[in-house]
Write a protein that binds this ligand. Structure first.
Ligand SMILES: C[S@@+](CC[C@H](N)C(=O)[O-])C[C@H]1O[C@@H](n2cnc3c(N)ncnc32)[C@H](O)[C@@H]1O
Length: 301
C-alpha cells in the first residue's frame, strides 16, 4: 500500500490554470531531463514497433524528440496543463495533443501499443488508479515504460527545511512532496495487472551554488511542492537558517550543495497468450547442478 501521505496532493486545476505550472527547464541539464535518455534506453531495448503510442504527462514533448517513425507511427501526447502544447518541440512522428488527467484517461480500452511516461507520475494523487488506467488503455501485449521521481528524492532539501522550521518556528509542515518507495512500485504495477515487470532505480546528484538556487530551479521546472497540507510561505529567517543547515550538513568542499534525484524506471506488459510463460513445475530436462556444463549440454542436443 502507498503511505497515506502519497494521497495528499491536490487535484491539479484543469486546463493549466496555474496550480501545476508548465516546466521551463531553465538552465542546465538538471534533475528532470537527465532521466529521458535513460528511459528511452529501456524503451529501445524492447525491440518492437508500436503503431500507436501514448506519452503521459508529455509536457513540451521532449520524449517525441527521441522517437522515430520506424518504431512509432503515431503519438498521442497527454498533459493536464493546456499551455504546454503551445510550445511543443518538433518531432518527425505525427502527433496529437490531448488535455487530460493521467488518472482519468479519455481513451477506450485496448487502444495503445505503447504507453510512456517520463517524470510526471509523481504528481498524481492516486498512483494505483493511474496504473490501472494505463493498463486498461494498453492493447494486449502492449507495454508501459515509465520513469518517475521516488524514494529519497531531494532528501537534503527536505531535512534542511524541516530542521530550520523546527528550530525557528517550533514545528514544520512538508515542503517536499511525498514520493513512492521502490518497494511499493512492483506491487502497485502487478496489482494493476502488469506482468513481466522490470523495476530499476537510478540516482542523479546535481550540484547547485546553494539552497536558493535548488528551490529556484525546482520552481522553474514546475516542480514546486503542491501538497494540500503545505504551508504557502516560509519566513525569510527560516529560509536563511535552512540554507546554512543545507551547507553545513551536505555541502561539498568547493562550496556547492548537492541535490539528489532518485529515479525509478519501470516496464510492465499487458498479458497476451503469445507471451513467454514459466514452464510447468517438474518439466525441466536439465538439472541446475549441471549449470557449469551448460555449453556442453546444449552442444549435445
Ligand atoms: C516534469 S514534466 C515532464 C514532461 C515530459 N514528460 C518530459 O520528460 O520532458 C511533468 C509534466 O506532467 C504534467 N502532469 C502533472 N500531473 C499530471 C496529471 N495528473 N495528468 C497529466 N499530466 C500531468 C505536468 O503538466 C508537466 O507537463
Amino acid at each position: 500500500m502507498l503511505p497515506r501521505s502519497q494521497q495528499t496532493r491536490p487535484r491539479a486545476s484543469p486546463r493549466g490554470s496555474g496550480q501545476i505550472s508548465a516546466p521551463r527547464f531553465p538552465r542546465s541539464p538538471r534533475g528532470g531531463r537527465g532521466a529521458l535518455p535513460r528511459c528511452l534506453t529501456l524503451w529501445r531495448s524492447s525491440r518492437r514497433t508500436f503503431p500507436l503510442a501514448l506519452d503521459l504527462g508529455s509536457g513540451r514533448g521532449y520524449i517525441a524528440r527521441h522517437l522515430n517513425r520506424e518504431v512509432i507511427e503515431k503519438l498521442v501526447q497527454v498533459d493536464i496543463a493546456e499551455n504546454v502544447f503551445k510550445s511543443t518541440v518538433e518531432s518527425e512522428i505525427p502527433t496529437v495533443s490531448v488535455v487530460a488527467d493521467e488518472e482519468f484517461l479519455p481513451f477506450k480500452e485496448d487502444t495503445f501499443d505503447l504507453v510512456v511516461s517520463s517524470l510526471s507520475l509523481h504528481w498524481v494523487n492516486d498512483l494505483p488508479k493511474a496504473f490501472r488506467e494505463i493498463h486498461q488503455v494498453l492493447k494486449p501485449d502492449g507495454v508501459f515504460i515509465g520513469a518517475m521521481f521516488g524514494g529519497d528524492t531531494l532528501y537534503e532539501l527536505r531535512c534542511s527545511l524541516q530542521l530550520a522550521e523546527l528550530e525557528r518556528e517550533g514545528g514544520f509542515s512538508p515542503h517536499v512532496s511525498p514520493f513512492v518507495a521502490v518497494s511499493d512500485l512492483g506491487h502497485l504495477l502487478s496489482r494493476a495487472g502488469f506482468n513481466t515487470l522490470t523495476v530499476d532505480t537510478d540516482e542523479i546528484q546535481v550540484n547547485y551554488p546553494g539552497l536558493f538556487e535548488v528551490m529556484e530551479d525546482l520552481q522553474g521546472m514546475g516542480e514546486s511542492n503542491c501538497s494540500w497540507n503545505r504551508k504557502p510561505l516560509l519566513h525569510r529567517d527560516t529560509m536563511l537558517a535552512a540554507a546554512a543547515i543545507y551547507q553545513e550538513m551536505y555541502g561539498n568542499s568547493d562550496g556547492s550543495v548537492p541535490a539528489t534525484f532518485q529515479i525509478f524506471y519501470m516496464i510492465g506488459w499487458k498479458f497476451h497468450e503469445s507471451q513467454a510463460k514459466p514452464a510447468q513445475r517438474g518439466s525441466a530436462t536439465v538439472s541446475l547442478g549441471d549449470l557449469a556444463k551448460i555449453d556442453k549440454l546444449l552442444h549435445e542436443k
